[in-house]
Design a binder for this molecule. Structure first.
Ligand code: AMP
Ligand code: ZN
Length: 467
């Protein structure tokens, strides 16, 4: 398997530390508002990576955090805690906000058939681990304290900027007006490990005791602390969206490697954005759609997987309703084919022996995925395979085999039960036609369509399908 590594800027041969074990950490959601399908592009691609590795025989241990404290609205430690902001906006407690949006997040990932991580860990349940890690950094001389916070001093970490390739000097942002940042902070790129419950945070709802007084952790430290706790000091793969590269992941590296002196992550796997009119789909721009919008537009959430699979994870993907509907149609077609193949079940199904042509399709599929997850190519192999002249048993076998990675739930397709009322109307229509009452027959057809079904005339009679 080859994967692009943001750290080396190269496509590398993937060599986990202890094969077949793979330790995989994903940055999870900040649960202060509705998750949207932009986030889902990143989580679907993480899921495809995980399923691919499993398909190839690796044993993946996947950990994802849930950020429920400490993520401020500004990347430079300015602004408000997003959780507190969410609580104010919705008139609820921060704890209720966290619970509600965490549930909404998992409702969404389940609807997209994204496999749940082996371990999901909340920041608020790992305060002790974060304090210990800050202490470790303090002992090694990486931190300084101000009246407002405890900071990581980036000038003490030699390789700061190695992930994004940015030099420290480039990180010096122009001083922005009206932005509330700690004046005692030494360098703009220094970042908070712990915020004290003073000054602008005097009324912060979530707070814990620490060697630096009451307060709450900064955002970045949670990922280092939880990743180390559950996966060890060096992990195989760490994922997130490309927006995390310059600050969040750079900071995770500084904290983790500063504390342990070891390489933190072997492969950094970053997903490009889902965009709308070429702009990142985001809460702040208000150009986002949630799973509820998707369902309201009669798009099956699972069909979004097909949409995402059709573009490579390192390229931006522009979302339009037209493309979503096209994927939905392709998905419906795929389900029909899966059902047809399933119903053609022959007695040899379980013992299906692949011919050379089928083996070749399987190879092409693996080659595409092993080449930095070329999912568009893998999907094309699937369609070629379905259009080919290999027999139905082999097609069904390969389709189910490929779907272990695609996760389109094609093994669950079942014949839709047509309601008795529709069957009765369809029979009435045939009777009208036989009596040459064509106008009446058309009226019945329209009525059937209004009720969500359509009649397709075939050479042996007709077929009823759900619209
Ligand atoms: P957040 O809750 O903002 O930390 O985002 C959760 C994950 O979704 C992060 O890995 C982000 O990089 C990613 N993400 C946010 N917006 C998008 C988008 N429009 N397209 C793809 N990934 C995104
Ligand atoms: Zn993170």
């Amino acid at each position: 398997m080859k994967i692009y590594n943001t750290l080396t800027r190269k496509i590398e041969v993937f060599q986990p530390l202890n094969p077949p074990a793979v330790n995989f950490y994903s940055c999870g959601p900040t649960v202060y508002d509705f998750t949207h399908i932009g986030h889902m592009r990143t989580y679907v691609n993480n899921d495809i990576l995980k399923r691919t590795l499993t398909y190839l025989g690796y044993k993946v241990k996947h950990v994802m955090n849930v950020t429920d404290v400490g993520h401020l609205s500004g990347d430079d430690d300015s602004g408000e805690d997003k959780m507190e902001k969410g609580a104010k906006k919705y008139g609820k407690t921060v704890w209720d906000v966290a619970k509600f949006y965490t549930d909404f997040f998992f409702k969404t990932t389940d609807a997209l058939n994204i496999l749940r991580p082996n371990i999901t860990c909340k920041a608020t349940e790992h305060i002790e681990e974060m304090i210990q890690l800050i202490n470790r950094l303090k002992q090694k001389g990486f931190v300084y304290e101000t009246k407002e916070a405890v900071y990581f001093d980036v000038s003490k970490f030699n390789n700061y900027g190695k992930l994004s390739g940015q030099k420290l000097e480039e990180k010096i942002q122009a001083v922005r007006e009206n932005v509330n940042v700690d004046t005692q902070k030494k360098h703009p790129a220094d970042f908070a490990l712990w915020f004290k419950r003073v000054g602008r945070f005097a009324n912060h709802t979530m707070h814990w005791n620490s060697p630096w007084g009451e307060g709450f952790p900064g955002w970045h430290i949670e990922c280092s602390a939880m990743s180390m706790k559950y996966l060890g000091e060096t992990i195989d793969i760490h994922s997130g969206g490309i927006d995390h590269i310059p600050v969040h992941h750079e900071n995770e590296i500084a904290q983790s490697e500063g504390a342990t002196g070891k390489q933190f992550v072997k492969i950094w796997f970053h997903n490009n954005f889902l965009t709308v009119d070429s702009q990142k789909m985001s809460k702040s721009l208000g150009n986002f759609y949630t799973i509820e919008d998707i369902e309201k537009n009669k798009i099956n959430p699972v069909s979004l997987r097909l949409l995402f699979l059709q573009s490579h994870y390192r390229q931006p993907l522009n979302f339009t309703w037209q493309s979503a509907r096209a994927s939905q149609e392709a998905f419906d077609r795929l389900k029909e084919i899966a059902l047809e193949l399933k119903n053609s079940n022959s007695s040899t199904r379980k013992l299906v022996k692949l011919t050379n042509k089928s083996i070749d399709f399987q190879h092409q599929f693996i080659i595409a995925l092993e080449n930095d997850l070329q999912t568009p190519q893998a999907v094309a192999v699937m369609w070629d395979m379905l259009k080919s002249d290999i027999n139905y048993d082999e097609k069904y076998f390969l389709l189910m085999d490929f779907d272990q990675v695609f996760g389109l739930k094609l093994d669950e397709v079942v014949e839709e039960k047509i309601p008795d009322e529709i069957i009765k109307l369809a029979k009435e229509r045939v009777e009208y036609k036989q009596k040459k009452g064509f106008q009446k027959a058309d009226e019945v057809r329209e009525l059937i369509e209004k009720k969500g079904y359509k009649i397709e005339d075939t050479k042996d009679g007709y077929k009823i399908k759900k619209i």
